[in-house]
Design a protein around this ligand. Structure first.
Ligand code: AMP
Length: 113
């Protein structure tokens, strides 16, 4: 999608602190980190949110989660981490290209706000 920020990052047209990429996924550091480790994982293919992705391609959705957990292990958040995918207005999603936040490196609070 031409007007999608994360499609622009996936295409390499918009700069980002990319730490991993393969044919299907791009992983980069969040521009406004909220934890010592705050990484975003996106599929190259545009899907608006996790529900749309899971309905369209459950195999890709599974590898999406696998990529995020692999990144967490590589980042060394061995004491624990959190995967978050905000979805829709009430879910607090600001970028309408599905992404997993990988958060760790400090004690995370719960419940979420
Ligand atoms: P969400 O609010 O769940 O949709 O998350 C969107 C995330 O994208 C936020 O944590 C932003 O800080 C992050 N973000 C927005 N623009 C960029 C960018 N250009 N590079 C990296 N992260 C970004």
């Amino acid at each position: 999608m031409s007007d999608c920020l994360f499609c622009g990052i996936a295409a390499g047209d918009i700069p980002a602190d990319v730490i991993y990429r393969d044919e299907d996924f791009v992983v980069f550091r969040d521009i406004v980190p909220t934890a010592p480790t705050h990484i975003l994982v996106i599929p190259v293919q545009h899907h608006e949110n996790i529900a749309e992705l899971a309905n369209a391609d459950v195999e890709l959705a599974g590898r999406f989660v696998q990529t995020a957990t692999t990144v967490a292990q590589q980042e060394g958040v061995h004491e624990g981490f959190r995967l978050v995918t905000n979805t829709g207005d009430e879910g607090g999603q600001s970028v309408r290209h599905v992404h997993l936040h990988v958060l760790g490196g400090r004690q995370l609070g719960w419940p979420a706000g």
